[in-house]
Design a protein around this ligand. Structure first.
Ligand SMILES: [Zn+2]
Ligand SMILES: [Zn+2]
Length: 435
């Protein structure tokens, strides 16, 4: 389930707030519906220029969704009485949220008015001040917004323990999360597994390969055979996924299968003075896709979390090697002081070329000779009979997961075309490679 789908009004292009009223999801325009048309909610991707900004200061990239009771402002003294009814959901940027958390509505008003060039003696200032006071002082909590488009943050393997600890902090913390993740038990179980999970860092070269080949990855059943550990967090050196926004995916055991959770990274493009609070309250990762995957479900590369399955498959076919990271002494000391085992960070890279190929995956050609392909391509998953026993006289059926075939004694050529066997018109794996 996608958690990053922003809903906007097809009529006016404003992003909409939503809340649940019983089983119904109610969409509303930001700030106030007064004098506006009925919202026409559609996925923001379907309309061009969507206005998705802080409801307080109009600044970019709202971070939090604050909840309030329904507020009404009454204008008295004019020719007629004006009653303005406000929304109960407020999308708020990191800058404005600082005033919320400091219970400082006056500071919030001063900053917003300065932004808009309003003078403190103007009547508008007085109204703004009253509304801000009501919002800040009567707020009932806040939920992390997972719909905001963030430029990716720069992540490094040294950061993995902290990235994980901030994520578990977010899961255990007071901030609300999108509905499918918000149940206390879900949050607790996730955090407990992540506390102990190995942390996998996929280096740049391997991430490039993942980006290149995920789209064409044939369906692969998700089983204990291809998961490198019962739970884990994979972080790629740069974002992956069809929309280039997945920075990391975690998997944790779930009855009958796994809970997969994809994240985007947050923080680039924010003023430096806001970073410490953001890193403390949220960290680096924001959930954008959640799925419960029953064991043996087949997942192809077109799945939103396809890059994880592709990463598992390539690790599983031993195309990569995984080494424990040497963490900075400060990190180890921090864990030691809090009596936690040292974090288990594993660096995953493509194996360097070897002159003695060993452990090659089984070939699907049944021993037929074929000239060596000059590129790599996916071979679909299949069953095959394997000889075993005395004189190799016995046969047993074994499952072969999809694997990437091609010479592994050469550097990876990313311009290489990847072809899938089993397509209707498969091109031969030899011949001219389109450039
Ligand atoms: Zn509208
Ligand atoms: Zn703001």
């Amino acid at each position: 389930m996608n958690l990053a789908t922003l809903m906007a009004c097809a009529t006016c292009g404003y992003s909409l707030t939503h809340h649940h009223d019983g089983d119904q999801v109610v969409y509303r325009h930001p700030v106030s519906e007064d004098g506006r048309h009925q919202p026409v909610p559609v996925a923001a991707d379907l309309i061009g220029d969507v206005y998705d900004r802080c409801h307080i200061c109009s600044g970019p990239r709202p971070v939090w969704n604050y909840h309030t009771a329904e507020l009404e402002a009454q204008g008295i003294g004019g020719r007629r009485e004006i009653i303005q009814t406000y929304n109960t959901r407020w999308h708020v940027c990191a800058r404005c949220a600082q005033y919320f958390e400091a219970d400082d509505p006056a500071g919030l008003t001063a900053a917003s008015a300065a932004h808009m060039g309003w003078h403190p003696t103007s009547p508008r200032y007085a109204i703004l001040s009253m509304v801000h006071r009501a919002i800040v002082l009567t707020r009932e909590g806040r939920t992390l917004l997972t719909t905001t488009d963030w430029p990716p943050a720069t992540l490094t393997p040294d950061m993995l323990p902290k990235i994980r600890d901030r994520l578990t902090g977010l899961l255990r913390g007071p901030a609300g999360l999108p509905d499918p993740l918000n149940a206390l038990e879900t949050r607790r179980v996730l955090a407990e597994h992540l506390d102990r999970a190995p942390l996998y860092w996929i280096n740049h070269e391997f991430t490039d390969l993942i980006n290149e080949v995920t789209r064409d990855q044939p369906p692969a059943p998700v089983t204990d055979r291809i998961t490198p550990s019962p739970s884990g967090l994979v972080v790629w050196a740069h974002p992956t996924g069809t929309r280039g926004r997945i920075a990391a995916v975690s998997w944790t055991p779930h009855p009958g299968g796994w809970h997969l959770l994809g994240y985007r990274s947050i923080g680039a493009g924010l003023d430096a003075d806001l970073m410490p609070t953001l890193r403390r309250d949220i960290g680096w990762l924001i959930p954008v896709h959640t799925d419960h995957i029953p064991r043996t479900t087949s997942i192809s590369g077109s799945h939103p979390l396809g890059p994880l399955i592709t990463t598992w498959l390539l690790m599983n076919q031993q195309m990569t090697d995984t080494t424990p990271a040497t963490l900075p002494k400060a990190t180890r000391n921090t864990y030691h002081r809090s009596q936690r085992p040292a974090p288990d960070v594993r660096l995953v890279r493509i194996k360097p070329p070897s002159t003695t190929p060993a452990g090659d995956p089984p070939t699907p050609t049944g021993g037929r000779t074929r000239s060596t392909p000059d590129h790599r391509y996916w071979v679909s998953g299949h069953e095959r009979n394997q000889a075993y026993g005395p004189g190799r006289s016995l046969r047993k059926k074994i499952e072969v997961e999809p694997f990437l075939k091609g010479p592994d004694d050469k550097p990876i050529k990313l311009s290489t075309t990847v072809r899938v066997l089993g397509r209707r018109n498969p091109e031969p794996p030899t011949g001219d490679t389109p450039q």
